[in-house]
Design a protein around this ligand. Structure first.
Ligand code: FES
Length: 356
């Protein structure tokens, strides 16, 4: 077992040399200050390092420590890493404070890295949707590039409170001048309470991004997409983008919310449906719809809709899943059991409500 704490003599200098080895054995090196976070430093160096949540939840940044020493900022036993991975020397780069020179191995280059920028913007749309969701559109002072499925952090001007939200538009050929987010009210959440307080049209908001890696797969492959709540935002972006890149891929989207009143994404899905025609099938499923209501659609959890009744060859699908942590974990498990190849499952796990 390779312990994060026991691989090299204590570095006595303040700078550490990091060497990152990719899947193909190619190495990239850079220097960072001791105690800096490995992932943050690698991204700042322009390295296409795998990541998503940046807070130790999703496991996308898993990195094998080949030599050197890091201090994990989270208890690895409670992290998304399996015991076997921990014993094999894996750490989470987003939570790894660098303590010495390092040689690490990571799955670099899954997606062309785009520069992370901090840009100012103005709110051009503040629109309440059903289910305590706001459609927030921002006109950017500096255009920004992002990939489908990525996210940005937003902060009201003059505040240090930031929250992360996924872009819902598919990226265009040119950097985006305007971007949109679907934001669910989070009781007690400072950003969301501020946003919901009153119409914020015209207000200045700082945006930092893009972050996250998701959605890389053969564009012609059929896709099964599963979204819970505002997890629909990155899915809208991914389907929209894949529709542009393939004239034949078909999409099945399972969208879960609590009740009919929470079906906030209807008009966005209708727009996508108009573009996709028969290539897109949408299944809304409600988990808490009153039994006596007139709802004739599916009831239950999103996992209840995932079975042979979908009529899919699961082994041929790419899967894209976005929603809260527990839902994504459950869907991943079910899809693996149904025969979806693990390397074709692309997931974005939102933090549980209230997690800082
Ligand atoms: S666990 Fe590190 S990016 Fe998600």
């Amino acid at each position: 077992m390779l312990s994060p704490e026991m691989n090299a003599p204590e570095a006595r200098h303040e700078r550490c040399r990091i060497t990152v080895r990719g899947r193909d054995g190619e190495e990239q090196s850079f220097e960072i200050g001791r105690n800096e976070l490995l992932l943050k430093a690698a991204i700042e160096q322009g390295i296409d390092y795998p990541h998503n949540c940046r807070v130790g939840v999703c496991g996308a940044c898993k990195t094998r420590l080949l030599s050197g020493r890091v201090s994990p900022m989270v208890d690895l036993a409670l992290s998304p890493l399996s015991n076997a991975q921990i014993e094999d020397g894996f750490v989470l780069a987003c939570q790894a404070k660098v303590r010495s020179d390092l040689l690490v191995e990571a799955q670099l280059g899954r997606q062309a890295l785009l520069p992370v920028c901090t840009v100012s913007s103005r709110v051009t749309r503040w629109r309440r949707l059903p289910g305590e969701v706001i459609d927030l559109r921002l006109k950017l002072d500096t255009p920004l590039r992002y990939h489908a499925g990525q996210y940005a952090t937003l902060a009201e001007s003059g505040s240090f409170t930031r929250r992360s939200f996924s872009f819902y538009d598919p990226p265009g050929d040119q950097p985006a001048q305007e971007v949109g987010f679907l934001i669910k009210r989070l009781p007690g959440g400072r950003f969301s309470e501020w946003l919901f307080e009153r119409d914020r049209s015209g207000i200045k908001i700082w945006l930092e991004g893009p972050f996250g890696v998701m959605g890389v797969d053969d564009p012609d492959r059929d896709a099964l997409c599963v979204a819970g709540g505002t997890g629909i935002a990155p899915i809208l972006s991914i389907i929209g983008e894949r529709l542009k890149r393939s004239a034949r891929a078909r999409f099945t989207l399972v969208f879960g919310v609590r009740t009919q009143q929470d079906l906030f994404a209807a008009e966005y899905l209708q727009a996508l449906q108009a573009q996709a025609g028969e290539r897109l099938r949408v299944i809304d499923i409600l988990s808490h719809e009153p039994a006596q209501s007139g709802w004739r659609g599916a009831r239950g959890l999103v996992t209840d809709a995932l079975d042979d009744r979908l009529g899919l060859d699961f082994s041929a699908q790419a899967a894209f899943i976005c929603g809260n942590y527990g839902m994504v974990e459950a869907v991943e498990k079910k899809l693996l059991a149904l025969g979806v190849a693990p390397e074709r499952i692309h997931a974005d796990k939102f933090l549980p409500s209230g997690t800082p």
